[in-house]
Design a protein around this ligand. Structure first.
Ligand code: GDP
Length: 300
């Protein structure tokens, strides 16, 4: 938690600082409110959430009358936390029932950080004492299976892989089977993310999902999105949400952007919570998403 805040504050708090400076102006005229809106939009907060936030701020500032910096900070903190959604269930579920491991499918466009996230998540689960099997169902990208296997060796998880260009669903099936045989606690399945044909993607991910669900309940479908891709990421998110039921979002590369508002817009877009955030390339750089810590990082 402390880590999330410390790691984010370097790149993120431009947004919070900008908003606080604007709100501290003696006269909050229309131009200033417009600047506040622009600041939020630039940080990828999204049009509707921006309007809602500005409306609430206007009302509360009016009620407040004279404003001390502490009051403004408190007010902004409260409103931002509300917008981020303090009550969403952000647990990554890996319930293993009746001898069945918890199954997590990781989906997203290539390059967003899917394989890295799968490796980091395995590390967290192994550190908590779980036995983890990794399924390298991204058989399309050359070296994806090697990359996942390297992660597996690093964190102490067993990797199941197939031939390059092989059938992703059969790798997923083998991984689940292995997980059941090993009495593993969790099976994490890394999938391919070619977006050029939606029907191809739909067929592939749909098939992986069906094959997995024949053998074990699927606990999570995590969509990995690169926070630096802004609105483009939202377009991708929509395509994936049409193909599979997403249960949680992992926002990666939040260490490299000041556009943290994407958390708010992507949750709105998909109606599912951001559960994890990627804060770097290292094995420890995955953090649970915590609305309050996140907003505190924004406000610096
Ligand atoms: P995939 O194609 O979706 O499986 O993507 P990879 O897992 O191979 O990641 C693509 C690149 O993004 C790699 O260089 C990763 O090290 C990097 N990456 C992944 N997550 C993060 C993150 O949270 N922060 C940063 N800075 N880089 C990341």
């Amino acid at each position: 938690l402390v880590r999330l805040r410390a790691r984010l504050s370097r790149s993120q708090n431009a947004l919070g600082k900008g908003l606080l400076t604007l709100l501290s102006r003696e006269h909050l005229d229309e131009d200033t409110w417009e600047e506040i809106e622009d600041t939020l939009l630039t940080a990828d907060v999204g049009v509707q959430p921006t309007q809602e936030l500005v409306e609430r701020l206007r009302e509360r500032v009016k009620v407040l009358g004279t404003r001390t910096p502490e009051e403004l900070r408190g007010l902004l903190r409260e409103e931002l936390i509300k917008l981020v959604g303090p009550d969403m269930d952000r647990t990554v579920h890996t319930e293993n029932e009746a001898g069945c491991p918890g199954i997590v499918m990781v989906v997203g466009v290539n390059g967003t950080g899917k394989t890295t996230t799968t490796g980091k998540l395995a590390r967290v689960l192994v550190a908590d004492g779980n036995t983890v099997v990794l399924g390298a169902a991204d058989t399309f990208r050359a070296a994806a299976a090697d990359q996942l296997q390297t992660w597996g060796e690093r964190v102490g998880a067993h990797t199941v892989r197939g031939p390059e260009g092989g059938d992703p669903a059969s790798v997923a099936f083998d991984a689940v089977k292995e997980g059941i045989e090993m009495s593993a606690d969790a099976v994490l399945i890394d999938t391919a993310g070619r977006l050029h044909t939606k029907t191809g993607l739909m067929d592939e991910l749909g098939k992986v999902k069906r094959v997995v669900e024949k053998h074990a309940p699927l606990d999570e479908v995590l969509l990995v999105l690169d926070a630096t891709t802004g609105q483009n990421g939202l377009v991708q998110a929509r395509v994936f949400a049409e193909v599979v039921d997403i249960t949680g979002i992992v926002l990666t590369k939040l260490d490299g952007t000041a556009k943290g508002g994407i958390v708010i817009s992507v949750q709105r877009e998909l109606g599912v919570p951001v559960k994890l955030v990627g804060l770097g390339e290292g094995a420890d750089d995955l953090a649970p998403f915590e609305p309050e810590a996140f907003v505190d990082a924004l406000l610096g």
